[in-house]
Design a protein around this ligand. Sequence first.
Ligand code: NCD
Ligand code: ZN
Ligand code: ZN
Length: 432
Amino acid sequence: MAAIEWIVNGRIWNEESGELETRHVRIEDGRIAEIKGGEAPEASGEGVLDARGKLVSAGFIDMHVHLRDPGFEHKEDIVTGTASAAAGGFTTIACMPNTRPSIDTPETVRYVLDKAREQGNGVKVLPYAAISKNQLGRELTDFAALKAAGAIGFTDDGVGVQRAQMMKDAMELAKALDMPIIAHCEDDSLVEGLYVSEGRFARDNGIKGIPNESEAIHVGRDALLAEATGVHYHVCHVSTEQSVRLIRLAKSVGVRITAEVCPHHLVLSDEDIPGMDSNWKMNPPLRTPRDVEAVIQGLEDGTIDMIVTDHAPHSAEEKARGMQLAPFGIVGFETAFPLLYTAFVRTGKWSLGFLLNRMTRIPASVFRLDSGRLEVGAPADLTVVELEQKREVDPSAFLSKSSNTPFGGWKLYGWPEATVVAGSVVWSHQSA
Ligand SMILES: NC(=O)N[C@@H](CC(=O)O)C(=O)O
Ligand SMILES: [Zn+2]
Ligand SMILES: [Zn+2]
């Protein structure tokens, strides 16, 4: 990994003017030491990255990803998962505990941290630990020991916490440790065996669909429990109008609630599903166009705080089992920014700054991370993006071990060009 001293001629988003401005960024000891305009500094050679004409942003932060390591290395591992993240412009990622064994002991937390430090392509990996042992919803894990080992929050993502009393106990413990609870909101009794949402696709295909309430019931329940316990409660992958409404209400009365949304729930509805193709199967499922409008609105008015990928790799064999039997999930790192930049920024719906903030500054401030800012003194975690070239999504070229995506063949703008962590180039388009 090549350490650099300068990124010259990059274009940086200026929040006040709402424009891109050419700036030169100097890096020292892994941090941003200077940001200057005018003539490019007289520096050359290996330590200089010329970003002429390209966007330079704080590195992207993804607070919801699945690295599958330990246990499911046929789908992904920490080496390929971080490589894929870096290729998507992500410099910090928070990984979910639904591994095998699940991340429910200090040893497993340390395994993830150690492997990420040694083989994680320089990407900062922050592990979440499970709420319940083996994520079975029976017995709580040892929160204090998991925090001491380096876990940054507690979640059973992959499944919902079914019992309200268990969620309340978890919140009380997390609150006492000043740690957040991150929730996959899903009431099993309303979902069992179903795999697409209630909507036109389900109707047209004569199948029963997952109702929106299966998500929102947990959001509502947990918002009340978060109010009662005072914990920081974060809602995973919000996908329904009802969830947005409940989060908005909870925020309005002062509950410490935050939320995330995935690119696919912002750009796709159930009506886009082309047929029984498992690359369109994920949890939560693609909802109706009305829900898509509601989550976009929720993101725009601040009800939903940030964007995450929920990068969920599965092998081709697993996905080939067909829509009903294949596992839920799609990969996300290598298409996230281009999708959103193309769909919302190039169309003039959002400013570039609006999108960047939701992938950098806001997740950092919600989860109290040092990164996410492009300013002097901040870590030199930076992403360089080519904004003007249109390219086609080629899943076979992903650095992820898996290529389960519905976006193959989409023509997009906004491709990451180089990714820098703590002043070192950890990935670049040229070297890929
Ligand atoms: N999102 C998904 O469809 N799948 C995730 C689990 C999850 O995020 O709930 C997975 O681990 O595969
Ligand atoms: Zn989930
Ligand atoms: Zn997930």
